[in-house]
Write a protein of this length. Structure first.
Length: 194
């Protein structure tokens, strides 16, 4: 009887250990790489202050303030980050590039509001596209009277050193150079219309 009780206790202890271990293993599962912004929630309407500003384009009548962007749970092997902003509705359905930035050191986990609107020593800017000088952030500029355009901001964790790529790459050239070097990415979307 004593042996039977001990065997039951041992079995119960083993089962409890197995449950605890499985819970521990679940806790050890890496959390996904995540990107958020305090400037706007995912799929929310973008305020006018984040819209583009360009005297030669009447559709760009905002303040061109780049949004705050934060990222967490980056892969341990990440050496730098990149930020891409793309409007798939722009360019008459061909899409429009609004921002290509890379070489952001792995020590950074966010960009403050406005930090991408001007040249920054912590950011390697891509090529000027869509008429914006220097490749810095260019906010939404959809034509007046259209349905909202969708602005996708993607942060990519890479295994490239911050100085691995030269400044002035177009989005297409950057994506080509990134092949085999992207470790994780995450996006959020903003909607904007006049």
């Amino acid at each position: 009887m004593k042996f039977h009780r001990l065997a039951m206790l041992a079995a119960g202890f083993a089962a409890a250990c197995a449950l605890a271990a499985s819970g521990y293993a679940a806790d050890m599962k890496p959390k996904p790489f995540t990107v958020t912004s305090s400037s706007w929630k995912d799929n929310a309407k973008v305020e006018r202050k984040y819209a583009g500003k360009l005297a030669t384009n009447p559709n760009c009548d905002g303040d061109n303030v780049s949004p705050e962007i934060s990222w967490s749970n980056a892969p341990a092997a990440a050496k730098s980050f990149a930020i891409l902003m793309f409007d798939p509705d722009g360019g008459n359905g061909l899409g429009a590039v609004h921002w290509t930035a890379y070489g952001i050191p792995a020590s950074k986990t966010s960009l403050k509001e406005g930090e991408g609107s001007a040249p920054n020593p912590n950011i390697v800017n891509g090529a000027a596209e869509n008429g914006m000088p220097g490749g810095v952030y260019r906010g939404p500029c959809p034509p007046h009277g259209l349905r909202p355009h969708h602005y996708i901001i993607t942060v990519v964790a890479t295994d490239l050193a911050p100085d691995a790529l030269k400044p002035g790459l177009t989005r297409a050239d950057f994506l080509a150079a990134l092949k085999g070097h992207a470790l994780a990415s995450s996006s959020f979307i903003g909607r904007y219309a006049h």
